[in-house]
Design a protein around this ligand. Structure first.
Ligand SMILES: Cc1cc2nc3c(=O)[nH]c(=O)nc-3n(C[C@H](O)[C@H](O)[C@H](O)COP(=O)(O)OP(=O)(O)OC[C@H]3O[C@@H](n4cnc5c(N)ncnc54)[C@H](O)[C@@H]3O)c2cc1C
Length: 366
């Protein structure tokens, strides 16, 4: 028996995998509707196809090019392999439908209110009490499961502040725009159509101001907000304790460069499926995650740490280096999903990239 707390993309994907292995799986979700409210841009790199069959029903748009801007407004255009923009409510629901078809049982409108550790862990949902020896916290960045199991530790977060915007002027619906600036700021414009875009910023602080600054570039009418907390990956974090496991945002499994967490969380779910279904001993999940997605998430973290110390000049230098055809070709071929491989190839191609490492000795700008 496995109790999964949270019916986000990672909890649902894990539920499907475990149920397929023949385990009895119960998923508890605090909201009455799966996938709502949305706090996500919904960009999925092509590598999603390695994990699951894509269904056109939840695809809102496909993009194949990015424009990246430095704080001074310098710009580089880079071709990308086809990325998908999904409707998160439909995407999460589609994953839950697969899990249900494999036999997982869903309990919607059930919020975990307390978790007491024991041989059989005691899960409280208001007045209802259940017991289980295997509990998975797929309950997002503020994970109550993690807090209750002593796994929350000293996490860091950035705030993601995003709106769906009806634009005054038409845009190219094949192009996603990224705006880089000091510290851990990153801004984006992700088109749904040539008139509607998801515009947002992520940063430790001043997100409202940064968002308003970004909106000055593209006027439009706000249709709704999709904001939320994004955990910063912590490679030292403990993610298991006596039959309690954390996964996805609850385990900080998010790329620290782009703040994308869906694919890394799903990959961790593949590891956890083997650990639970094969009854592997304590420590195997932690080790398995380290050996699979760990190296890549750590590379994203180091790049983020470097960029958190960038000056305007460093950004301009970066944009200039990315203008080289050989660099553009490598970014196209190796993709941002696998930062470790991409960085390695870029360093061989353009040793000047190595000079950015000296930024690590500067003070972080946050
Ligand atoms: C503004 C923004 C933009 C983003 N853009 C992207 C992007 O483009 N691509 C990408 O890959 N990632 C993106 N992310 C990150 C992505 O949203 C997360 O990494 C992803 O949602 C993690 O999935 P999850 O299943 O681990 O957690 P979540 O999606 O957070 O799901 C957790 C679920 O647990 C439920 N829950 C929480 N507490 C309880 C409780 N006590 N009891 C019961 N249920 C509970 C919640 O209701 C929720 O349904 C973005 C995040 C933000 C904030």
């Amino acid at each position: 028996m496995v109790s999964i707390i949270g019916a986000g993309p990672v909890g649902n994907y894990l539920a499907a995998k475990l149920a397929k292995k023949g385990l009895k799986v119960d998923v508890y979700e605090e909201h009455k509707k799966i996938g709502a409210p949305v706090a996500c841009t919904g960009i999925l790199t092509p590598y999603i196809k390695d994990l699951m069959k894509i269904d056109e029903n939840y695809i809102v748009n496909k993009i194949n090019e990015t424009y990246v801007y430095s704080p001074d407004g310098n710009q580089v255009k880079i071709k990308l392999k086809k990325n998908y923009i999904v409707d998160r409510t439909l995407f999460d629901s589609a994953l839950a439908k697969i899990a249900k078809s494999e036999g997982a049982k869903y309990h919607l409108g059930k919020r975990l209110t307390s978790l007491k550790l024991g041989k059989q862990h005691k899960l409280k949902f208001g007045k209802d009490i259940f017991k289980d020896s295997t509990v998975v916290g797929a309950d997002g960045p503020n994970t109550l499961v993690g807090r209750s199991a002593g796994l929350f530790e000293n996490r860091k977060f950035v705030a993601g502040h995003q709106a769906r915007v009806k634009l005054k002027e038409k845009i190219d619906s094949n192009v996603v725009e990224f705006f880089l600036d000091k510290g851990n700021y990153i801004g984006w414009l992700v088109p749904e159509t040539n008139k509607i875009a998801r515009i947002g910023v992520a940063s430790h602080k001043n997100v409202n101001k940064y968002f308003n600054d970004l909106m000055k570039r593209r006027e439009g009418k706000i249709l709704g907000w999709q904001s939320g907390a994004i955990p910063v990956y912590d490679h030292k974090a403990n993610i298991e304790n006596n039959g309690i496991y954390l996964i996805g945002d609850a385990a900080t499994q998010v790329k620290a460069t782009t703040y994308g967490g869906i694919i890394p969380g799903m990959k961790a779910a593949d590891v956890l499926t083997d650990v639970i279904s094969e009854n592997k001993s304590e420590g195997c999940y932690q080790k398995g995650v380290k050996n699979t997605i760990g190296k890549n998430l750590w590379s994203h973290l180091i790049i983020r740490k470097i960029m958190n110390r960038f000056s305007k000049e460093d950004y301009n230098k970066l944009i200039k280096l990315c203008e080289k055809k050989s660099v553009k070709d490598l970014i196209y071929k190796y993709d941002r999903e696998y930062a470790s491989k991409l960085v390695f190839k870029l360093l061989i191609n353009q040793p000047k990239f190595a000079s950015f490492a000296k930024c690590l000795f500067r003070k972080e700008i946050i």
